[in-house]
Design a protein around this ligand. Structure first.
Ligand code: PLP
Length: 440
């Protein structure tokens, strides 16, 4: 009998005994996922689920995609890893692809093993380039869990330390429908946010290194600013020589359907100076990275490598996954199927007091929940929906922290079919109705 089939082997209790209390776990009875195929995964009890969270936006194309599995096993059969001190063909190939897709002129790519490390590197570059440890970040943002990344994360719930090595200045703009500028039209909202940015800069001494921002806030509840906001910010930033870092860890690779990168919704003045990525590119393999123009990337006056960043086995996964994504126009599929799913979720939510807003682009859809009859965020409603959906064979995500934990996050693999979108929407409808009944 394997440990996973042994009823006496309480993995949850063992997990709790040995792993940190703050390591978040979904569900009252946490799941142990054992395998997957396409858009589905199976748990250790043999239950099948439609995965509307794509792992955690990590399964970009599909679970157990044969093309990626083959590339990984062929590379693993040759060599798993040596060192980036030697030439690494799969790394050079993926860097070439990513550089040309990034839109950044004269781009250089540095691979890491996570989104956190990618953002850390971007901050290292920007602070060195600008000779300043002052950084602008968005309120309600999330950029990872290293010491410097938590220091620029704009929400105390997922930023456990305030002892940052950086001096961070927070600005408005990430959240469209709550906060002081809610209710303004797009142009008014953008103007108010630019005025806020200028005000913050006017109160600041010395150089500011960079603004780091997610084009669509991920952990913050899939909230989008109006298109063009970052182009408007960029004009102000350029007047001060401040770099724009676009954190594309959740929004990259066509997830948003209408654009390959999130920054492209803001493209009036060209690409960001620095772009960071992770999550979906490896389809589950741990790849992160930074793209910057050569002048910025090469400003570091030291030799440096990442021991595992660019490891051939992860790069093989990235190359195969990216090729599949482009060959099958999964960005187009995200736009089409995501558009239908958004419409369908809006239709099933109409008349439900527990739903405040259904928003999103492509296959990045947020459903914001409130206590019925109020405007108060309801993490409890989100928990009911998650548990009920799970019973109905559907996995979804939610935001982090407190207020944003009231937002359901829907981000399936980009190969999602129309039939699967319909199936998931039907389960979600029942789960939303259960929350409405229980809390109403
Ligand atoms: N940036 C964004 C926008 C993220 O959503 C995340 C993770 O959720 C990170 C950075 C950190 O990435 P990782 O967990 O791979 O370190």
């Amino acid at each position: 009998m394997t440990a996973q089939n042994d009823p006496h082997d309480d993995l949850h209790a063992r997990h709790r005994a040995v792993l940190p209390d703050w390591l978040a776990l979904y569900y009252d009875r946490p799941l142990e996922i054992t395998h997957g195929e396409g858009r589905h995964v199976w748990d250790a009890e043999g239950n099948r689920y439609l995965d509307f969270f794509g792992g955690i936006l990590t399964t970009m194309t599909a679970h157990a995609l044969p093309e990626v599995a083959k590339a990984v096993s062929e590379q693993a059969g040759r060599i798993l890893h040596t060192s980036t001190l030697y030439l690494d063909r799969p790394m050079v190939e993926l860097a070439e692809r990513v550089a040309s897709l990034s839109g950044i002129p004269d781009a250089r790519v540095f691979f890491t093993t996570s989104g956190t490390e990618a953002n850390d590197t971007a901050l290292l570059l920007a602070t060195a380039y600008r000779q300043s440890n002052q950084v602008l970040a968005m309120r309600n943002s999330y950029h990872g869990r290293s010491f410097s990344a938590v220091g620029i994360t704009g929400n105390r719930s997922w930023s456990p330390s305030s002892l940052s090595p950086l001096h961070t200045l927070y600005v408005h703009g990430g959240v469209r429908t709550r906060g002081p500028f809610a209710g303004l039209d797009d142009a008014g909202f953008t103007a108010a946010c630019v005025a806020d940015l200028e005000d913050v800069l006017g109160q600041t001494h010395g150089n500011v290194a960079a603004l780091i921002a997610e084009p669509v806030q991920g952990v913050g509840g899939f909230t989008s600013p109006p298109d063009g906001l970052y182009a408007a910010f960029r004009e102000t930033l350029q007047q001060h020589g401040i770099l724009w870092i676009s954190d594309e860890v959740q929004t990259g690779w066509g997830r948003t359907g209408d654009h390959f990168w999130g920054w492209q919704a803001h493209d009036a003045a060209g690409p960001p100076d620095v772009l960071t990525f992770a999550k979906g590119i490896g389809n589950g393999m741990s790849i992160g990275g930074v793209v910057a123009r050569a002048e910025v990337m090469n400003c570091l006056d030291a030799n440096s490598i990442s021991t595992f960043g660019g490891s051939p086995v992860t790069m093989a996964a990235g190359n195969a996954n990216l090729a599949y994504l482009l060959e099958h126009d999964l960005q187009g599929n995200a736009r089409r199927v995501g558009g239908l799913l958004l419409e369908r979720l809006r239709a099933v939510s109409a008349g439900l007091g527990v739903v405040r807003e259904v928003r999103g682009r492509g296959l990045m859809i947020g459903v914001e929940l409130v206590l019925p009859g109020t405007d108060a965020p309801s993490p409890e409603a989100a928990s009911i929906v998650l548990e009920t959906a799970r019973e109905g064979g559907l996995l979804i995500g939610k935001g982090g922290g407190h207020a944003t934990a009231s937002v359901l996050r829907i981000a399936p693999p980009l190969t999602l079919t129309v039939a699967e979108a319909e199936e998931g929407a039907a389960v979600l409808e029942r789960a939303l109705r259960a929350a409405e009944t229980e809390l109403g």
